[in-house]
Design a protein. Sequence first.
Length: 484
Amino acid sequence: MSLSAASELPAFTHGSTVPRVPHHAGLGAELAERHRQRALYELGDNPLLERQRQRESNARSYPRRLPLALSRAHGVYVEDVEGRVFLDCLAGAGTLALGHNHPAVIDALMRTLHSGLPLHTLDLTTPVKDRFMQDVLGALPATFARHARIQFCGPTGADAVEAALKLVRLATGRGTVLAFQGAYHGMTQGALTLMGNLGPKAALGGSLSGVQFLPYPYRYRCPFGLGGDAGVAASLAYIDNLLSDPESGVPRPAAIIVEAVQGEGGVIPAPVAWLKGLRGLATRHEVPLILDEVQTGFGRTGRMFAFEHAGIEPDVVVLSKALGGGLPLSLVVYHERFDTWRPGAHAGTFRGNQLAMAAGSATLAVLRAERLDAAAAELGARLQQQLAAHAERFACIGEVRGRGLMLGVELVDAAAVPGAVGARPAHPELAARVQRECLRRGLIVELGGRHGSVVRFLPPLVITAAQVDEVARIFGQALAAASA
């Protein structure tokens, strides 16, 4: 195929025909049937895991809790090298919006590979990149997209966060950034300064200066000891006072950065009223508002972007994970008035990942054509209802929360005395047992939140109602076994 054929690559846009190809025909049905017939798994060692322990960095994390060596995957199912099949409610930490090896994504990758398109282009444009930019802007609210600029970043969301920090500091001439307790924005040095979790920062002997942490509205463990609307009002009053008081001790900030739903912090959704109020304060005090949508973006919470639940618009939005259709890619999208940085102010060798852009366009086409954001809202409500039913049976469940298909169950010490607003102490040991019991029964879930006591559910958005019911059923069995 000639180089000019790259311009003939499919335009994956809303309303176009989404390509369907028989990739691994029947694999999904095979894995589903084998999962249905599963027995309790005994997870032992195998040579791949042993070599990983011997040779891979001590910083590795997921294999310690999920000792799996994977061989095949399709949709919501993964198979390990021992032939065991698991229902995947981790999905690349929310990266795989369409699940594993979706036909539209595979087809887009194959077409791109066979087109002769250069796969590495730095920030030079191509037909694939041009289409991808249009698709991303088309997914954002029209009023925001109309005045938006895009910065392509390195492969990770953390690099996009670093770029966003540079952007607002250069545009405002200020240095301080307001972040929130429980926040997670990445593991690079600058992003770590914005992290609420002290663990990853403790060994570094401190972090870069210029970040002021604020209480995040956490209904179950209200930082003001109030809860409900009173806690929301107190939080907004606190931020307003900090920005207004000439003796607050905090310089006027370059930005406020926030997750509309905290993910790693424990799947904590910010109340709509609080997000509206925060947007109002940022506008009144002329402080740019950065929304980190790395995990929440592209249908995950039941809207295309989590900030849309509150009907607000950010000044800057950070995107990654599902953005690249399962391949590494990140962006910063921001209002044109902040586009004051000089050429080369933020760069990166791998910001031109053509395969990721093709996969991203294909993913966006499926998301929009199949209304997977609406499906996430409906199926998330179905799963949340069943998890709430478990909370009626198990006193160790402190709270079930989240939005769409981004849900969390906080496990607590049921025998402990509740605090001022009814919260019991976290129970990380029980959470770890529940995760292991889920894995033995063929369900992959992750932990997060304070003390690692929140069981997190991030299934692919293509999950079916029957599969949602199976997730809830297995989780109930795991709770019963871990609590015995």
